[in-house]
Design a protein around this ligand. Structure first.
Ligand code: ATP
Length: 516
Protein backbone atom coordinates (compact mmCIF):
# COMPACT_ATOMS: atom_id res chain seq x y z
CA UNK A 1 0.00 0.00 0.00
CA UNK A 2 1.23 3.52 -0.74
CA UNK A 3 1.59 6.02 2.09
CA UNK A 4 -1.42 7.85 0.70
CA UNK A 5 -3.57 4.72 0.85
CA UNK A 6 -2.44 4.01 4.40
CA UNK A 7 -3.43 7.57 5.34
CA UNK A 8 -6.86 7.11 3.76
CA UNK A 9 -7.35 3.87 5.71
CA UNK A 10 -6.29 5.67 8.87
CA UNK A 11 -8.82 8.49 8.44
CA UNK A 12 -11.67 6.11 7.74
CA UNK A 13 -10.60 3.98 10.71
CA UNK A 14 -10.60 7.09 12.91
CA UNK A 15 -14.19 7.73 11.88
CA UNK A 16 -15.41 4.13 12.01
CA UNK A 17 -14.25 3.67 15.59
CA UNK A 18 -15.38 7.00 17.00
CA UNK A 19 -12.09 8.90 17.16
CA UNK A 20 -12.64 11.80 14.73
CA UNK A 21 -15.70 12.92 12.75
CA UNK A 22 -16.01 15.60 10.09
CA UNK A 23 -17.75 18.60 11.63
CA UNK A 24 -21.40 19.11 10.59
CA UNK A 25 -21.27 15.91 8.58
CA UNK A 26 -25.03 15.62 8.05
CA UNK A 27 -24.86 19.04 6.35
CA UNK A 28 -22.04 17.79 4.08
CA UNK A 29 -19.34 18.95 6.46
CA UNK A 30 -17.44 22.13 7.21
CA UNK A 31 -14.03 22.27 5.62
CA UNK A 32 -11.04 21.74 7.91
CA UNK A 33 -13.13 21.54 11.07
CA UNK A 34 -13.41 18.25 12.97
CA UNK A 35 -15.18 16.80 15.99
CA UNK A 36 -13.64 14.28 18.35
CA UNK A 37 -15.78 11.25 19.12
CA UNK A 38 -16.15 9.08 22.18
CA UNK A 39 -12.69 7.52 21.92
CA UNK A 40 -11.02 10.55 20.37
CA UNK A 41 -11.84 12.70 23.37
CA UNK A 42 -10.30 10.12 25.72
CA UNK A 43 -7.08 9.98 23.69
CA UNK A 44 -6.98 13.76 23.48
CA UNK A 45 -7.48 14.13 27.24
CA UNK A 46 -4.70 11.62 27.88
CA UNK A 47 -2.30 13.55 25.64
CA UNK A 48 -3.25 16.77 27.43
CA UNK A 49 -2.55 15.17 30.80
CA UNK A 50 0.82 13.91 29.60
CA UNK A 51 1.78 17.42 28.47
CA UNK A 52 0.25 19.29 31.40
CA UNK A 53 1.74 17.14 34.15
CA UNK A 54 5.13 17.07 32.42
CA UNK A 55 5.04 20.89 32.51
CA UNK A 56 3.35 21.93 35.73
CA UNK A 57 3.76 18.90 38.02
CA UNK A 58 7.30 17.93 37.11
CA UNK A 59 8.54 21.52 37.25
CA UNK A 60 7.89 23.51 40.40
CA UNK A 61 8.65 26.73 38.51
CA UNK A 62 5.93 26.25 35.87
CA UNK A 63 2.27 27.03 36.54
CA UNK A 64 -0.79 26.89 34.30
CA UNK A 65 -3.57 29.27 33.32
CA UNK A 66 -6.72 29.18 31.21
CA UNK A 67 -7.29 32.54 29.52
CA UNK A 68 -10.30 33.58 27.44
CA UNK A 69 -10.44 33.16 23.66
CA UNK A 70 -11.70 36.71 23.16
CA UNK A 71 -9.22 39.41 24.08
CA UNK A 72 -8.91 43.15 23.71
CA UNK A 73 -8.36 43.88 19.98
CA UNK A 74 -5.30 46.02 20.75
CA UNK A 75 -3.52 42.85 21.85
CA UNK A 76 -3.40 41.67 18.25
CA UNK A 77 -2.00 45.00 17.11
CA UNK A 78 0.68 44.83 19.77
CA UNK A 79 1.58 41.24 18.91
CA UNK A 80 1.88 42.08 15.22
CA UNK A 81 -0.92 39.76 14.12
CA UNK A 82 -3.13 42.47 12.62
CA UNK A 83 -0.28 43.74 10.47
CA UNK A 84 1.69 40.64 9.73
CA UNK A 85 -0.08 37.36 10.48
CA UNK A 86 -0.26 36.67 6.78
CA UNK A 87 0.35 33.79 4.46
CA UNK A 88 1.38 34.36 0.86
CA UNK A 89 -1.38 32.98 -1.34
CA UNK A 90 -1.55 32.24 -5.03
CA UNK A 91 -4.47 31.12 -7.23
CA UNK A 92 -4.43 28.85 -10.22
CA UNK A 93 -6.52 30.60 -12.85
CA UNK A 94 -7.79 27.37 -14.41
CA UNK A 95 -8.77 25.29 -11.39
CA UNK A 96 -9.61 28.41 -9.32
CA UNK A 97 -7.86 26.66 -6.43
CA UNK A 98 -5.96 28.69 -3.90
CA UNK A 99 -2.59 27.66 -2.49
CA UNK A 100 0.01 28.90 -0.06
CA UNK A 101 2.93 29.88 -2.25
CA UNK A 102 5.52 28.70 0.30
CA UNK A 103 3.74 25.35 0.69
CA UNK A 104 3.77 24.78 -3.09
CA UNK A 105 7.53 25.37 -3.07
CA UNK A 106 8.03 23.21 0.02
CA UNK A 107 6.12 20.35 -1.64
CA UNK A 108 8.39 20.75 -4.66
CA UNK A 109 11.46 20.51 -2.40
CA UNK A 110 9.97 17.44 -0.71
CA UNK A 111 9.63 15.76 -4.12
CA UNK A 112 13.31 16.35 -4.84
CA UNK A 113 14.13 14.91 -1.43
CA UNK A 114 12.06 11.84 -2.32
CA UNK A 115 14.11 11.41 -5.49
CA UNK A 116 17.32 11.56 -3.46
CA UNK A 117 15.99 8.95 -1.05
CA UNK A 118 14.98 6.69 -3.95
CA UNK A 119 18.49 6.91 -5.41
CA UNK A 120 19.90 6.01 -2.00
CA UNK A 121 17.54 3.02 -1.73
CA UNK A 122 18.65 1.89 -5.19
CA UNK A 123 22.29 2.22 -4.15
CA UNK A 124 21.60 0.18 -1.02
CA UNK A 125 20.10 -2.61 -3.07
CA UNK A 126 22.90 -2.54 -5.63
CA UNK A 127 25.84 -2.51 -3.24
CA UNK A 128 24.35 -4.53 -0.38
CA UNK A 129 26.44 -4.70 2.80
CA UNK A 130 29.29 -2.70 1.34
CA UNK A 131 27.02 0.35 0.82
CA UNK A 132 28.35 3.54 2.39
CA UNK A 133 25.61 6.19 2.44
CA UNK A 134 27.92 9.07 3.28
CA UNK A 135 30.22 8.27 0.38
CA UNK A 136 27.27 7.73 -1.96
CA UNK A 137 25.83 11.14 -1.04
CA UNK A 138 29.20 12.77 -1.61
CA UNK A 139 29.86 11.22 -5.02
CA UNK A 140 26.70 10.09 -6.83
CA UNK A 141 26.07 12.65 -9.60
CA UNK A 142 22.25 12.39 -9.43
CA UNK A 143 22.21 12.92 -5.69
CA UNK A 144 24.68 15.79 -5.89
CA UNK A 145 22.66 17.52 -8.60
CA UNK A 146 19.40 17.13 -6.69
CA UNK A 147 20.87 18.29 -3.37
CA UNK A 148 22.26 21.39 -5.07
CA UNK A 149 18.88 22.07 -6.71
CA UNK A 150 17.07 21.61 -3.42
CA UNK A 151 19.42 23.91 -1.54
CA UNK A 152 19.21 26.57 -4.20
CA UNK A 153 15.39 26.62 -4.15
CA UNK A 154 15.33 26.59 -0.36
CA UNK A 155 17.73 29.53 -0.16
CA UNK A 156 15.73 31.52 -2.71
CA UNK A 157 12.49 30.87 -0.82
CA UNK A 158 14.03 31.84 2.53
CA UNK A 159 15.32 35.09 1.05
CA UNK A 160 11.98 35.87 -0.59
CA UNK A 161 10.07 35.22 2.65
CA UNK A 162 12.54 37.23 4.70
CA UNK A 163 12.32 40.18 2.32
CA UNK A 164 8.57 39.83 1.89
CA UNK A 165 9.27 39.65 -1.83
CA UNK A 166 6.00 38.29 -3.24
CA UNK A 167 7.05 38.70 -6.90
CA UNK A 168 10.12 36.56 -6.25
CA UNK A 169 7.99 33.87 -4.60
CA UNK A 170 5.90 33.73 -7.77
CA UNK A 171 9.04 33.65 -9.90
CA UNK A 172 10.32 30.61 -7.97
CA UNK A 173 7.05 28.81 -8.73
CA UNK A 174 7.40 29.71 -12.42
CA UNK A 175 11.11 28.80 -12.58
CA UNK A 176 10.54 25.45 -10.89
CA UNK A 177 7.67 24.82 -13.33
CA UNK A 178 5.32 23.96 -10.47
CA UNK A 179 1.90 22.97 -11.81
CA UNK A 180 -1.46 23.06 -10.03
CA UNK A 181 -2.18 19.52 -8.76
CA UNK A 182 -5.83 19.89 -9.86
CA UNK A 183 -5.68 21.51 -13.32
CA UNK A 184 -2.11 20.52 -14.13
CA UNK A 185 -1.48 24.03 -15.56
CA UNK A 186 1.05 26.70 -14.62
CA UNK A 187 -1.38 29.55 -15.11
CA UNK A 188 -0.81 31.41 -11.81
CA UNK A 189 -2.05 34.74 -10.44
CA UNK A 190 0.24 37.10 -8.53
CA UNK A 191 1.12 36.22 -4.95
CA UNK A 192 -0.86 38.21 -2.35
CA UNK A 193 -0.82 38.40 1.42
CA UNK A 194 -3.80 36.95 3.28
CA UNK A 195 -4.49 37.59 6.98
CA UNK A 196 -5.29 34.40 8.85
CA UNK A 197 -7.28 35.85 11.76
CA UNK A 198 -11.03 35.33 12.06
CA UNK A 199 -12.88 38.41 13.19
CA UNK A 200 -16.30 38.96 14.68
CA UNK A 201 -18.31 41.77 16.34
CA UNK A 202 -18.46 42.53 20.02
CA UNK A 203 -21.98 42.95 21.46
CA UNK A 204 -24.09 45.53 19.64
CA UNK A 205 -21.23 47.61 18.25
CA UNK A 206 -21.42 47.21 14.50
CA UNK A 207 -18.66 49.52 13.29
CA UNK A 208 -14.88 48.98 13.17
CA UNK A 209 -14.48 49.67 16.89
CA UNK A 210 -16.46 46.53 17.71
CA UNK A 211 -14.23 44.17 15.76
CA UNK A 212 -12.64 41.47 17.87
CA UNK A 213 -10.67 38.42 16.85
CA UNK A 214 -10.76 34.75 17.64
CA UNK A 215 -7.26 34.21 19.03
CA UNK A 216 -4.86 32.69 16.47
CA UNK A 217 -2.55 31.45 19.26
CA UNK A 218 -2.88 30.96 22.99
CA UNK A 219 0.47 32.62 23.76
CA UNK A 220 -0.84 36.20 24.01
CA UNK A 221 -3.20 35.18 26.84
CA UNK A 222 -0.08 34.21 28.77
CA UNK A 223 1.85 37.41 28.02
CA UNK A 224 -0.95 39.72 29.08
CA UNK A 225 -1.27 37.79 32.35
CA UNK A 226 2.46 37.83 33.05
CA UNK A 227 2.23 40.34 35.91
CA UNK A 228 -0.90 38.75 37.39
CA UNK A 229 0.69 35.33 37.63
CA UNK A 230 4.14 36.55 38.63
CA UNK A 231 2.77 38.67 41.47
CA UNK A 232 -0.01 36.41 42.81
CA UNK A 233 2.09 33.25 42.44
CA UNK A 234 5.23 34.99 43.81
CA UNK A 235 7.10 33.51 40.84
CA UNK A 236 10.83 34.05 40.53
CA UNK A 237 12.64 34.14 37.24
CA UNK A 238 13.26 31.74 35.59
CA UNK A 239 9.66 30.50 35.55
CA UNK A 240 7.07 29.36 33.03
CA UNK A 241 3.35 29.69 32.35
CA UNK A 242 1.57 26.89 30.51
CA UNK A 243 -1.79 26.86 28.77
CA UNK A 244 -3.90 24.48 26.71
CA UNK A 245 -6.66 25.97 24.59
CA UNK A 246 -8.35 26.55 21.27
CA UNK A 247 -6.87 28.69 18.53
CA UNK A 248 -8.37 29.71 15.19
CA UNK A 249 -6.73 30.36 11.83
CA UNK A 250 -8.37 30.91 8.49
CA UNK A 251 -5.94 28.54 6.77
CA UNK A 252 -5.73 28.82 3.00
CA UNK A 253 -4.73 25.24 2.42
CA UNK A 254 -6.71 23.09 4.73
CA UNK A 255 -6.00 19.46 4.05
CA UNK A 256 -4.37 16.36 5.48
CA UNK A 257 -7.16 15.67 7.92
CA UNK A 258 -6.50 17.09 11.40
CA UNK A 259 -2.97 18.21 10.50
CA UNK A 260 -4.15 21.65 9.41
CA UNK A 261 -7.47 22.79 10.84
CA UNK A 262 -9.22 26.12 11.07
CA UNK A 263 -10.16 25.50 14.71
CA UNK A 264 -7.55 23.60 16.67
CA UNK A 265 -5.99 23.28 20.07
CA UNK A 266 -2.54 24.34 21.21
CA UNK A 267 -0.44 23.41 24.22
CA UNK A 268 1.90 26.34 24.79
CA UNK A 269 4.37 27.23 27.49
CA UNK A 270 6.18 30.56 27.81
CA UNK A 271 9.33 30.48 29.92
CA UNK A 272 10.57 33.81 31.26
CA UNK A 273 14.30 34.25 31.70
CA UNK A 274 16.95 36.86 32.41
CA UNK A 275 18.03 38.80 29.29
CA UNK A 276 21.19 37.33 27.84
CA UNK A 277 20.42 33.83 29.12
CA UNK A 278 17.78 33.06 26.51
CA UNK A 279 19.92 31.01 24.13
CA UNK A 280 21.10 28.78 26.94
CA UNK A 281 17.47 28.14 27.94
CA UNK A 282 16.50 27.68 24.31
CA UNK A 283 19.02 24.81 24.06
CA UNK A 284 17.69 23.29 27.30
CA UNK A 285 14.08 23.42 26.12
CA UNK A 286 15.01 21.94 22.77
CA UNK A 287 16.52 18.95 24.58
CA UNK A 288 13.69 18.75 27.10
CA UNK A 289 10.94 18.71 24.48
CA UNK A 290 12.51 16.05 22.26
CA UNK A 291 12.94 13.93 25.36
CA UNK A 292 9.23 14.32 26.15
CA UNK A 293 8.35 13.07 22.68
CA UNK A 294 10.79 10.17 22.65
CA UNK A 295 9.73 8.95 26.11
CA UNK A 296 6.40 7.89 24.59
CA UNK A 297 8.12 5.28 22.46
CA UNK A 298 6.62 6.08 19.05
CA UNK A 299 10.13 5.54 17.59
CA UNK A 300 13.12 7.87 17.91
CA UNK A 301 13.71 7.80 14.15
CA UNK A 302 10.35 9.51 13.60
CA UNK A 303 11.58 12.86 14.95
CA UNK A 304 13.99 15.40 13.57
CA UNK A 305 14.85 19.03 14.23
CA UNK A 306 14.38 21.62 11.53
CA UNK A 307 15.89 25.08 11.93
CA UNK A 308 13.67 27.85 10.58
CA UNK A 309 14.60 29.21 7.16
CA UNK A 310 12.87 32.43 8.09
CA UNK A 311 13.03 33.82 11.62
CA UNK A 312 9.94 35.69 12.76
CA UNK A 313 10.64 39.38 13.36
CA UNK A 314 10.61 38.89 17.13
CA UNK A 315 12.76 35.73 17.35
CA UNK A 316 16.50 35.26 17.76
CA UNK A 317 16.38 31.46 17.48
CA UNK A 318 13.70 29.00 16.35
CA UNK A 319 13.52 25.29 15.69
CA UNK A 320 10.73 22.89 14.79
CA UNK A 321 10.40 19.35 15.96
CA UNK A 322 9.22 17.50 12.89
CA UNK A 323 7.45 14.17 12.96
CA UNK A 324 7.29 11.60 10.21
CA UNK A 325 3.57 11.64 9.37
CA UNK A 326 2.27 9.32 6.60
CA UNK A 327 2.73 12.27 4.22
CA UNK A 328 6.35 12.93 5.24
CA UNK A 329 8.23 14.87 7.92
CA UNK A 330 6.16 17.89 9.02
CA UNK A 331 6.14 20.36 11.90
CA UNK A 332 4.71 19.00 15.12
CA UNK A 333 6.06 21.52 17.61
CA UNK A 334 7.87 24.85 17.50
CA UNK A 335 10.43 26.10 20.02
CA UNK A 336 11.11 29.81 19.75
CA UNK A 337 13.32 32.30 21.50
CA UNK A 338 10.98 35.33 21.36
CA UNK A 339 13.29 37.84 23.05
CA UNK A 340 11.48 40.58 25.02
CA UNK A 341 9.32 41.39 22.00
CA UNK A 342 5.90 40.39 23.35
CA UNK A 343 6.18 41.83 26.85
CA UNK A 344 7.84 44.94 25.39
CA UNK A 345 5.03 45.44 22.89
CA UNK A 346 2.31 45.01 25.52
CA UNK A 347 4.12 47.51 27.73
CA UNK A 348 4.09 49.95 24.83
CA UNK A 349 0.50 49.42 23.73
CA UNK A 350 -1.10 49.16 27.17
CA UNK A 351 0.94 51.90 28.81
CA UNK A 352 1.49 49.62 31.84
CA UNK A 353 4.94 48.86 33.14
CA UNK A 354 5.62 45.18 32.53
CA UNK A 355 8.91 44.52 34.27
CA UNK A 356 10.39 42.13 36.76
CA UNK A 357 12.50 43.15 39.73
CA UNK A 358 15.24 40.57 40.09
CA UNK A 359 16.19 40.29 43.79
CA UNK A 360 19.41 38.50 42.87
CA UNK A 361 20.77 41.27 40.67
CA UNK A 362 18.79 44.15 42.18
CA UNK A 363 17.69 45.15 38.69
CA UNK A 364 14.38 45.62 36.92
CA UNK A 365 14.08 44.32 33.39
CA UNK A 366 11.69 43.03 30.74
CA UNK A 367 12.16 39.24 30.79
CA UNK A 368 13.11 37.30 27.67
CA UNK A 369 10.92 34.41 26.60
CA UNK A 370 11.40 30.88 25.35
CA UNK A 371 8.22 29.41 23.93
CA UNK A 372 7.34 25.79 23.33
CA UNK A 373 4.24 25.40 21.20
CA UNK A 374 2.70 22.13 20.13
CA UNK A 375 -0.56 21.43 18.31
CA UNK A 376 -2.66 19.00 20.32
CA UNK A 377 -4.42 17.77 17.19
CA UNK A 378 -1.11 17.24 15.40
CA UNK A 379 0.13 15.27 18.40
CA UNK A 380 -3.08 13.23 18.23
CA UNK A 381 -2.37 12.52 14.55
CA UNK A 382 1.25 11.60 15.32
CA UNK A 383 0.11 9.07 17.93
CA UNK A 384 -2.68 7.66 15.78
CA UNK A 385 -0.66 7.39 12.57
CA UNK A 386 2.31 5.71 14.20
CA UNK A 387 -0.03 3.36 16.08
CA UNK A 388 -2.08 2.22 13.08
CA UNK A 389 -0.90 -1.21 11.93
CA UNK A 390 -2.38 -3.76 9.57
CA UNK A 391 -1.04 -7.18 10.48
CA UNK A 392 -1.08 -10.61 8.91
CA UNK A 393 -1.17 -13.23 11.63
CA UNK A 394 0.46 -16.65 11.59
CA UNK A 395 -2.89 -18.37 11.08
CA UNK A 396 -3.46 -16.34 7.91
CA UNK A 397 -6.00 -13.97 9.50
CA UNK A 398 -5.57 -10.22 9.38
CA UNK A 399 -6.04 -7.70 12.13
CA UNK A 400 -5.93 -3.93 12.42
CA UNK A 401 -4.32 -2.91 15.68
CA UNK A 402 -3.70 0.52 17.14
CA UNK A 403 -0.41 0.23 19.00
CA UNK A 404 -1.10 3.35 21.05
CA UNK A 405 1.31 3.72 23.98
CA UNK A 406 -0.65 2.10 26.87
CA UNK A 407 -0.42 5.28 28.94
CA UNK A 408 -2.38 7.17 26.26
CA UNK A 409 -4.79 4.41 25.17
CA UNK A 410 -8.44 5.57 25.42
CA UNK A 411 -9.57 2.29 27.00
CA UNK A 412 -7.08 0.48 29.20
CA UNK A 413 -8.99 -2.70 29.95
CA UNK A 414 -11.75 -4.68 28.25
CA UNK A 415 -13.74 -6.96 30.53
CA UNK A 416 -15.14 -9.92 28.59
CA UNK A 417 -17.26 -12.72 30.05
CA UNK A 418 -16.77 -15.78 27.85
CA UNK A 419 -20.53 -16.44 27.73
CA UNK A 420 -23.59 -14.44 28.68
CA UNK A 421 -24.73 -16.95 31.32
CA UNK A 422 -23.68 -19.21 34.20
CA UNK A 423 -22.89 -16.24 36.45
CA UNK A 424 -19.95 -15.06 34.31
CA UNK A 425 -21.44 -11.60 33.48
CA UNK A 426 -21.99 -11.00 37.19
CA UNK A 427 -18.34 -11.66 37.99
CA UNK A 428 -17.31 -9.48 35.03
CA UNK A 429 -19.53 -6.62 36.27
CA UNK A 430 -18.04 -6.87 39.74
CA UNK A 431 -14.54 -6.54 38.25
CA UNK A 432 -15.69 -3.54 36.16
CA UNK A 433 -17.17 -1.83 39.20
CA UNK A 434 -14.02 -2.47 41.17
CA UNK A 435 -11.65 -1.06 38.53
CA UNK A 436 -13.60 1.58 36.60
CA UNK A 437 -12.33 4.49 38.66
CA UNK A 438 -8.72 3.33 38.32
CA UNK A 439 -8.81 2.98 34.53
CA UNK A 440 -11.20 3.50 31.68
CA UNK A 441 -12.72 0.01 31.26
CA UNK A 442 -15.08 -1.32 28.63
CA UNK A 443 -17.51 -4.19 29.13
CA UNK A 444 -18.37 -6.36 26.12
CA UNK A 445 -20.32 -9.62 26.05
CA UNK A 446 -21.43 -9.67 22.41
CA UNK A 447 -20.08 -12.01 19.69
CA UNK A 448 -17.29 -14.58 19.85
CA UNK A 449 -14.26 -13.86 22.00
CA UNK A 450 -12.10 -13.61 18.83
CA UNK A 451 -14.31 -10.88 17.41
CA UNK A 452 -14.27 -9.01 20.70
CA UNK A 453 -10.46 -9.13 20.78
CA UNK A 454 -10.37 -7.67 17.24
CA UNK A 455 -12.69 -4.83 18.28
CA UNK A 456 -10.40 -3.98 21.18
CA UNK A 457 -7.27 -4.23 18.98
CA UNK A 458 -8.88 -1.78 16.57
CA UNK A 459 -9.28 0.84 19.31
CA UNK A 460 -5.89 0.17 20.90
CA UNK A 461 -6.97 -1.36 24.23
CA UNK A 462 -3.75 -2.74 25.73
CA UNK A 463 -5.39 -5.41 27.92
CA UNK A 464 -8.40 -7.71 27.67
CA UNK A 465 -9.49 -10.06 30.40
CA UNK A 466 -11.74 -13.04 29.86
CA UNK A 467 -13.89 -14.43 32.64
CA UNK A 468 -14.55 -18.14 32.06
CA UNK A 469 -16.02 -21.05 34.00
CA UNK A 470 -12.70 -21.74 35.76
CA UNK A 471 -12.84 -18.21 37.14
CA UNK A 472 -15.72 -19.27 39.39
CA UNK A 473 -13.48 -21.88 40.98
CA UNK A 474 -9.99 -20.33 41.00
CA UNK A 475 -10.76 -16.57 41.07
CA UNK A 476 -8.43 -16.09 38.09
CA UNK A 477 -8.97 -14.58 34.64
CA UNK A 478 -7.11 -14.78 31.33
CA UNK A 479 -5.34 -11.55 30.48
CA UNK A 480 -4.38 -10.89 26.87
CA UNK A 481 -1.75 -8.44 25.72
CA UNK A 482 -2.69 -6.35 22.66
CA UNK A 483 0.76 -6.29 21.08
CA UNK A 484 2.04 -9.82 21.68
CA UNK A 485 -1.43 -11.41 21.83
CA UNK A 486 -0.03 -13.59 24.59
CA UNK A 487 -2.42 -14.81 27.24
CA UNK A 488 -1.68 -15.40 30.90
CA UNK A 489 -3.71 -16.55 33.82
CA UNK A 490 -3.79 -14.06 36.65
CA UNK A 491 -5.72 -13.72 39.91
CA UNK A 492 -8.50 -11.14 40.04
CA UNK A 493 -6.96 -9.66 43.19
CA UNK A 494 -3.73 -8.78 41.39
CA UNK A 495 -5.42 -7.17 38.34
CA UNK A 496 -5.24 -3.60 39.60
CA UNK A 497 -1.51 -3.73 40.29
CA UNK A 498 -0.77 -5.62 37.07
CA UNK A 499 -2.48 -3.06 34.86
CA UNK A 500 -1.41 0.00 36.86
CA UNK A 501 2.20 -0.98 36.48
CA UNK A 502 1.82 -0.98 32.73
CA UNK A 503 -0.45 1.99 32.03
CA UNK A 504 0.62 4.44 34.69
CA UNK A 505 1.91 7.87 33.63
CA UNK A 506 4.62 7.50 36.24
CA UNK A 507 6.40 5.00 33.99
CA UNK A 508 6.84 7.68 31.36
CA UNK A 509 7.39 10.60 33.74
CA UNK A 510 10.30 8.71 35.29
CA UNK A 511 12.09 9.02 31.96
CA UNK A 512 11.75 12.83 31.97
CA UNK A 513 13.95 15.40 33.64
CA UNK A 514 12.71 18.65 35.08
CA UNK A 515 14.06 21.83 33.57
CA UNK A 516 16.88 23.45 35.52
P1 ATP B 1 2.57 25.77 9.90
O1 ATP B 1 3.90 26.26 9.37
O2 ATP B 1 2.38 24.27 9.78
O3 ATP B 1 1.41 26.58 9.44
P2 ATP B 1 3.09 27.39 12.17
O4 ATP B 1 4.58 27.49 12.12
O5 ATP B 1 2.25 28.51 11.70
O6 ATP B 1 2.62 26.01 11.47
P3 ATP B 1 2.94 27.90 14.96
O7 ATP B 1 2.35 29.23 14.79
O8 ATP B 1 4.36 27.77 15.39
O9 ATP B 1 2.69 27.03 13.64
O10 ATP B 1 1.99 27.07 15.95
C1 ATP B 1 2.49 26.15 16.89
C2 ATP B 1 1.92 24.75 16.68
O11 ATP B 1 0.51 24.79 16.52
C3 ATP B 1 2.43 24.08 15.41
O12 ATP B 1 3.66 23.44 15.63
C4 ATP B 1 1.33 23.08 15.13
O13 ATP B 1 1.53 21.88 15.86
C5 ATP B 1 0.08 23.75 15.64
N1 ATP B 1 -0.71 24.32 14.55
C6 ATP B 1 -0.51 25.48 13.90
N2 ATP B 1 -1.45 25.69 12.96
C7 ATP B 1 -2.28 24.62 13.02
C8 ATP B 1 -3.45 24.25 12.32
N3 ATP B 1 -3.97 25.02 11.37
N4 ATP B 1 -4.06 23.08 12.64
C9 ATP B 1 -3.55 22.28 13.61
N5 ATP B 1 -2.46 22.59 14.31
C10 ATP B 1 -1.81 23.73 14.04
Amino acid sequence: MTQEEVFKQLTSHAKEYGFVFQSSEIYDGLSAVYDYGQLGVELKNNIKKYWWDAMVRLNENIVGIDSAIFMHPKIWQASGHVGAFNDPLIDNKDSKKRYRADVLIEDYIAKIEEKINKDIEKGKKKFGDSFNEEQFRATNPNVLRNVAKMEQVRARMAAALNNNDLAELRQIIIDCEIACPISGTKNWTDVRQFNLMFSTQLGNISDESGVIYLRPETAQGIFVNFLNVQKTGRMKIPFGIAQIGKAFRNEIVARQFIFRMREFEQMEMQFFVRPGQELEWFAKWKENRIQWHKALGLGDEKYRFHDHDKLAHYANAAVDIEFEFPFGFKELEGIHSRTDFDLGQHQKFSGRKIQYFDPETNESYTPYVIETSIGLDRMFLAVLSSAYTEEKLENGEERVVLRIPPVLAPVKLAVLPLVKKDGLPEVARRIMDDLKFDFNCQYDEKDSIGKRYRRQDAIGTPYCITIDHDTLADNCVTIRDRDTMQQNRISIDSLRDYISERVDYKNVFRKLHKID
